[in-house]
Every structure is written in structure tokens, then in C-alpha cells.
Design a protein around this ligand. Structure first.
Ligand SMILES: [Zn+2]
Ligand SMILES: [Zn+2]
Length: 84
């Protein structure tokens, strides 16, 4: 029985962010993975937080997560490690 938060939740924001900043870092978006400002054109919104594309990876095997990720305790897992 899985009652904890389980989200398959990977969304790519379009290049036009709500902040409309072309100058980076001005929007105040900080990566939930590395805690650095996100200046990239596009970031990923996972679990209501923002991530660099390169920071969205499994906390166990460090493989890049594309398409689907699983969140638990604010960490991201691939399907394989999440189900362990
Ligand atoms: Zn990052
Ligand atoms: Zn993994």
C-alpha cells in the first residue's frame, strides 16, 4: 500500500517563463537539486520545485530522469529505485 506522495511529475516549462527574464537569475528560481540559481532558458518543474535539467536525476543511481520521475522525501528516483 503506497500512501506516501507519489508523483510522476516531470514538466518542461516553455522557454518563455512566467518571469520573462532573459538575463538569468533575476527570476529568483533556485534549483532544488544544487541550490544554484537557474539561469537556463528552461527549467524543470518537479514536485512544485524548480530544477536544472541536469539536476533531475535519480538520488540512488544518478541516472538522468527524462519523462518520468518519482518523488519521495524531496528526492527524485527512477522507477527502478523507487520501487525497491
Ligand atoms: Zn541544479
Ligand atoms: Zn535510479
Amino acid at each position: 500500500m503506497k500512501t506516501e506522495e507519489t508523483q510522476a511529475c516531470l514538466q518542461q516549462a516553455p522557454s518563455a517563463t512566467p518571469f520573462g527574464s532573459e538575463h538569468g537569475a533575476a527570476g529568483g528560481e533556485v534549483c532544488a537539486g544544487c541550490e544554484s540559481p537557474i539561469a537556463d532558458r528552461f527549467l524543470l518543474r518537479v514536485n512544485e520545485r524548480s530544477w536544472h535539467e541536469t539536476c533531475v536525476k535519480c538520488a540512488v543511481c544518478m541516472s538522468a530522469l527524462s519523462g518520468t520521475c518519482y518523488c519521495r522525501d524531496r528526492l527524485l528516483y527512477c522507477k527502478h529505485d523507487y520501487e525497491k
